[in-house]
Design a protein around this ligand. Sequence first.
Ligand SMILES: Cc1cc2nc3c(=O)[nH]c(=O)nc-3n(C[C@H](O)[C@H](O)[C@H](O)COP(=O)(O)OP(=O)(O)OC[C@H]3O[C@@H](n4cnc5c(N)ncnc54)[C@H](O)[C@@H]3O)c2cc1C
Length: 449
Amino acid sequence: MEQLTKFLSENTHIHYATPQSPDYTELRPGFILNVREVPAMIVRPRSAEDIAGLISVLTANDLPFSVRGGGHDMYGRSQIHEGITIDMREISHVEVEVENLTARVGGGVISMSLLKALEVHGVTTPHSVTPTVGYTGWAIHGGYGLLSATCGMGVDQILGAKVIDARGSIRDADETMLTAIRGGGGAFGVIYELKIKVYALNQVLAGAIIYNPGDLGERIHHFNMKYWELKEEGIPSRLTVYQSVMNGPVGKSLVVLFMWASADTEEGQKWLSRISSWGPVAVNTVTVQSLADFNAITDSMVPKHTYGTMYSLCLHQLTPEVLDVIAEHAPLQPNNPEVIFTAHEVRAEALKPSLTNVFINRIPHFTIEVIPMAASAEKLEENLVWAQKFIAALKSTDPRNFVQSNYPPLTSTNDLDLKMYYGSYYNDLKKIKQQYDPDNVFKHTVIRL
Ligand SMILES: Cc1cc2nc3c(=O)[nH]c(=O)nc-3n(C[C@H](O)[C@H](O)[C@H](O)COP(=O)(O)OP(=O)(O)OC[C@H]3O[C@@H](n4cnc5c(N)ncnc54)[C@H](O)[C@@H]3O)c2cc1C
């Protein structure tokens, strides 16, 4: 620790906080408040050179550290008890090259800031549904979102990366390291900057359709029967329909995020009319708007910090058996506004990797998220009981419908079987880890190889 303190005293532009610092309580919390790990220090580098210096001091002195971007890991894995948090939030630049449809983005930028910066140039890129999620942390593990069906997953956008490696050297990731980063996450170094693809898409037709609560179970069944019919006909890749159950303005109801990712909004309106006819609509906020504006609305639907955790499952289909479980348990969702259930489909361009990567779940599937969140620790206990019963009932459905593994960022480390998840990529990934980080310097990560 002495050497680290010395390094920081020689680099006074690097802000840091210890539990005694006045801003520590503001800097420490991520999205989940019930994270028990209390870091000994939070350090906020501002450049690649700062990170390189830090990694050298930390590794030379055997100090455990983690990397934090947007702080939205649902299991608090970006903080370690009595360790050092490398907090990337001050590295949030966005430099756009419109003519090449690329951008260089700092490793600590959050989706919302990224979209706003891209909008100035008339471009956008796939991003997380919740805008406060760190872009890098989202993209390097896979990255689902409302543009995945149109433009691909987060990993499919990564063209390059500037990384601080295990020796504390700043390097441009070569193809091997890039392949591993695209789905293997932060296990190969600290990502100072990503070079990503951007798309000339100024405006979309997007918003939320909130159906009248009515008989919620019946509503869910009917909606999914209609969705199934649509699937049989073929859903255009420009259209994304993301279903959830939330406690919204009209009570507990089926809330569908609608995204028509095309300038041809007339065609989009036809799809909107069709989907809106699947039940009596209480509120419809779908309108032509920029993605940054739409993001600001979704931002208002999710708390900034919360007590909670998440249970997730990837299923090939929402079979009648699965829908029966959802229709039984979703209506029992506790009434506080933080609790959410979602089911979204991975389809179309999200299944077609355009760059070499190790993101494995490239088969059509639904990701189910049961998210018990609450404003207090006491309230969370009650919500957990509901969520655990719900996920247990889903897990007791036909196992042949389960995708071989769940999505790592949405799965606790104990429940994550990386061999099963990566399948044939697992040994290659281990070899790449051995090549770039033989001493496992980057071990406090979501993907632990
Ligand atoms: C409210 C909410 C909504 C979400 N919505 C979506 C969604 O729509 N789609 C989706 O796919 N996922 C979603 N997620 C999951 C989220 O994408 C992942 O948990 C992601 O890893 C969070 O990134 P972060 O930077 O915000 O989190 P952090 O907790 O800061 O980071 C998580 C991990 O990412 C790695 N990491 C982050 N930045 C860097 C960096 N610069 N260099 C090296 N490693 C880094 C580290 O290993 C770190 O432990 C959501 C999560 C929450 C809580």
